[in-house]
Ligand binder design. Sequence first.
Ligand code: GAR
Length: 195
Amino acid sequence: MRIVVLVSGTGSNLQAVIDAVKAGGLDVEIAAVGADRPGTYGVERSAAAGIPTFVVDFKSYADRASWNAALTSAVEGYTPDVVVSSGFMRIVSPAFIEAFDGKYLNTHPALLPAFPGAHGVRDAMAYGVKVTGCTVHWADAGVDTGPIIAQEAVVIAPEDTEDTLHERIKIVERRLLVATLAALAAGQPNAGHPN
Ligand code: GAR
């Protein structure tokens, strides 16, 4: 199974995928890692691991449609079976979703459909929920919407800050992402679900 991973930031969840592949515990080929802006640590760490990388810089395009078209053709060039949004903080347009219909996987640091968007951890804390978590799902053209594959809860501690909670969520998120990819690679329809 060939995957392309899209990142906007540090790519620590991506690193868990890289580590699992290197350790022989995940039978996928990371065909490439792409970013929406230059200078991300996600791309830097991928290049250091010998993975092909590309940047389709959002700011270099006149409008979202032309950026989206460039991103779509860059990803298509790697002929992926699955495209993973791993902290990719741009909304892709329906044309991208159509190009990778049923192949675009996203992870989110909240129990969707609660708290979608760029600040899932902060929004959950602000609301005052006592339990949040993370979600791995097939992404559609909405903001963190689409069929849910796997979820796991994380309890919010009274002393949590956004950073401490997000880090605890990411530990779970990495495990769910790797398990989901492993199940997909093994052709299991219930990919990632613990049951
Ligand atoms: C992850 O928690 C991911 O779920 C989140 O960004 C973080 C990326 O961390 N994505 C979203 O909030 C998407 N709405 P990383 O760059 O360290 O892997």
